[in-house]
Design a protein around this ligand. Structure first.
Ligand code: UD1
Ligand code: UDP
Length: 379
């Protein structure tokens, strides 16, 4: 069968590595994959680096949509994806996660009756102010096969009227819901050894054997509100100074843009060791996650990878879709003030959690997804 995989944003490109690898190694006689890059992310360190480093097949098409408002960006993607689908007539389309590229792929395919296979289906923040929440809900309701990383995700879909445990054939009106584990757990396991061999980030940052904190910030609620961004940065400075610890902050271009505009972090206060660096490769990121003492993040992917590698995280958001991590007490939600955020971070550094049970599957999500897609062939 022929499938089209849609990628566009950094986390989707990384997720696609797991499925492409599985297809290449075990299903190449049965599945032909054709990757379409929407061009949502385009800087080398947000896109191309992952194709090179993770050996993902080159996209057959790059729509080059670039950055713009939600409406314009999504519309350009829908238009471009529809043309590709009409030309290539695949048996199904794979979309990942919850970005505008996910939404566009799902809508374009469902409207022309091409089955949508949604990987990372069923996640909900129950906060519709997040663009991602709208994208997820629409993508799920355009899908024929829904692959859920957690049991909570299955339950969320059931609450919205989906049924799990149905027998095929499946269709848009009778979708199949599957609990398959997290495809990023496959990737973190697979690339962990390679990262140890290839990454030089700890040496470059002179971090080998030293305690440090890893931080990432890119959610629009955190970056587009100056007061909120200043609170987060001040809290990070306080943690660095009080705990005498380095903080490594690989900065997303969205956050970089706002910090430049508002002239934030141009001068660091005395006694603060916060290292703002460009986005790093996935292998470098794995080494930072594996060796840090604490993760401060608003990223969906990074909070989960922290858990995979047995590290606590402070989630810089009012809620999370990955509620299991909170339930296990491996993470906390950061608050609204400098005191809240710094206080929670210090508590996690002083009293780190110790339980990180394997709740994200068996590391073979991609195999399950390939087998299930073939079994039902989108029907
Ligand atoms: C997008 C996703 C978000 C995901 C994130 C992963 C949506 C609505 N949001 O957010 O769910 O968590 O990707 O990283 O789809 N920019 C560059 N170079 C790039 C890409 C972006 O400079 O290669 C800058 C541009 O100024 C752009 C801004 O970042 O306007 C935001 O990019 P965009 O793709 O719209 O959203 P993200 O914040 O990256
Ligand atoms: N990541 C990376 N380099 C970085 C920051 C993140 O390789 O500098 C990886 C990270 O390990 C995870 C993914 O990008 O696999 C998460 O992407 P992001 O935080 O952009 O988006 P989200 O997961 O929140 O949608």
């Amino acid at each position: 069968m022929k499938i089209v995989t849609i990628v566009g944003a950094r986390p989707q490109i990384i997720k696609a590595a797991a499925l492409s690898r599985e297809i290449k190694n075990h299903f190449s006689n049965e599945i032909e994959e054709f990757i379409v890059h929407t061009g949502q992310h385009y800087d080398d360190n947000m896109s191309e680096v992952f194709f090179r480093e993770l050996q993902i097949p080159k996209p057959a098409v790059n729509l080059g949509v670039g950055s713009s408002n939600h409406g314009e960006q999504t519309a350009l993607m829908i238009n471009g994806i529809e043309q590709v689908l009409l030309e290539h007539k695949p048996d199904g389309i794979v979309v990942y996660g919850d970005t505008n590229s996910t939404l566009a792929g799902a809508v374009a395919a469902a409207k022309i009756h091409i089955p949508v296979f949604h990987i990372e289906a069923g996640l909900r923040s129950f906060n519709k102010r997040m663009p991602e929440e709208i994208n997820r809900i629409v993508a799920d309701h355009c899908s024929t096969l829904l692959f859920c990383p957690t049991r909570t995700a299955v339950k969320n879909l059931e609450t919205e009227g989906f049924s799990s445990g149905l027998m095929g054939p499946f269709s848009l009106d009778k979708p199949g819901v599957f609990h398959c584990g997290d495809i990023m757990f496959d990737n973190s396991n697979y690339f962990s050894g390679l990262a140890e061999q290839q990454s030089q980030i700890l040496q470059q940052q002179q971090l080998a054997g030293k305690a440090f904190v890893l931080a990432t910030i890119h959610r629009n609620d955190n970056t587009d509100n100056r007061e909120r961004l200043e609170i987060i940065l001040e809290a990070i400075y306080r943690v660095s100074k009080k705990m005498e610890i380095a903080v490594i902050l690989p900065l997303h271009p969205r956050t970089q843009k706002m910090m430049t505009e508002w002239n934030l972090a141009s001068d660091l206060p005395e006694g603060v060791d916060v290292r703002i660096i460009p986005p790093v490769s996935f292998l470098d990121m794995i080494m930072l996650e594996k060796n840090c003492s604490l993760v401060l993040t608003d990223s969906g992917g990074v909070q989960k990878e922290a858990f995979f590698f047995g590290k606590p995280s402070l989630i810089l958001r009012p809620e999370t879709e990955w509620v299991e991590i909170l339930e296990m007490r491996a993470a906390r939600l950061g608050g609204n003030t400098i005191d809240d955020i710094a206080g929670q971070a210090e508590a996690l550094l002083n009293y780190p959690p110790t339980e990180f049970p394997p709740i994200f599957g068996d590391g073979h999500a991609a195999q399950f997804i390939c087998e299930t897609i073939l079994k039902y062939n989108g029907r």
